[in-house]
Design a protein around this ligand. Structure first.
Ligand SMILES: O=C(O)CCC(=O)C(=O)O
Length: 303
């Protein structure tokens, strides 16, 4: 038996199933190797019938990472939860103004290090923060107390950022989380700003000052991916001195974001994230996450 035919015998059983052959009008040729077909007559085996095909493993490509570094409005996804939108204004503040604001805020804001809790373990958040707003804010199982003593400079910035964001027809953001990344080792891990206290589909306006850092986004996987982000869409947004980034629509439902550590020299950076915060829904633990469940935003108590 030729090598090829030997292979066909061994592999024929799992080779691709072929369409049924019509009954041959004439008996198979003397030279062909007979085989018993399902309808009980000899059918001619041809090399075309039993060609070996390497089983095709479905190949799935990791989507190429996108970069957003130009001013504009971007629709980054369309899902049942809605459209996720980013708006980038790289030079929202002119450099000289941004320099002055940066040094004032660095010196004059009440920076402190927050202790968060993850999987029952307390850890020091690797950045400094302070909070302004009439309500406390809880994330990562740790609460920042209400603080109504807004620095006057922050009140001016709030006005400018609220106008640029068009929040609530001229209303202003009522709260501000200030973040100080002292160097490249300070960071914030993957998360969404989706606490129930921020309401459904919050608008978050993020103003950056100081050294540039990369703001990364990754799309939340579908339920059948079981939390695996291997094939997630990813976007990088370099945020420089004076840049304004708005996250709107379903961005917090469908995407996570982070500022990763950087292991080359990075100077200090301040990030001001303006948002509006509402009293926690009754009976919910502070910091509970709001999750989109298909038809409307719902509260998931498993934060
Ligand atoms: O520093 C940044 O640009 C992002 C901060 C952030 O994601 C947050 O504080 O929730």
């Amino acid at each position: 038996m030729s090598d090829k035919r030997q292979r066909a015998r061994v592999q024929g059983s799992w080779a691709k199933q072929l369409p049924k052959q019509p009954r041959p009008a004439v008996p198979p040729s003397q030279n062909a190797t007979p085989a018993v077909a399902s309808w009980g007559i000899h059918q001619q085996i041809t090399s075309a019938n039993f060609e070996f095909h390497q089983p095709i493993k479905p190949v799935r490509d990791v989507p190429p990472e996108k970069v957003i570094d130009q001013a504009g409005d971007y629709e980054i996804s369309h899902e049942p939860s809605g459209v996720s939108r980013l708006r980038l204004v790289p030079s929202f503040l002119p450099a000289d103004k941004a320099d002055w604001i940066f040094s004032k805020l660095l010196a004059e804001l009440p920076w402190s290090q927050k202790t968060n809790v993850r999987q029952g373990e307390a850890y020091a958040e690797p950045r400094l923060t302070c909070w302004f707003g009439e309500l406390p804010y809880t994330y990562a199982r740790s609460t920042m107390a209400a603080n109504t003593k807004w620095h006057p400079l922050l009140l001016n910035l709030r006005r400018a950022v609220s106008e640029a964001s068009g929040v609530g027809g001229g209303e202003r953001f009522n709260s501000l989380l200030c973040n100080l990344y002292r160097d490249g080792h300070d960071s914030i891990g993957w998360h969404s700003d989706d606490e129930a206290s921020l309401g459904p589909q919050p608008v978050i306006a993020s103003l950056s000052l100081g050294d540039s850092r990369v703001f990364s986004l990754r799309k939340k996987p579908r339920p059948e991916e079981n939390g695996d982000y291997t094939y997630a869409e990813r976007i990088k947004v370099p945020l420089g001195h004076g840049a304004l980034l708005l996250m709107e629509g379903a961005t917090q439902d469908d995407w996570q974001h982070q500022v990763a550590k950087e292991y080359h020299d990075r100077g200090p950076r301040i990030n001001l994230t303006f948002r509006s915060i509402f009293p926690e829904p009754q009976g919910h633990r502070p910091g509970t996450k709001l999750r989109f469940t298909g038809r409307q935003a719902d509260v998931n108590l498993t934060n």
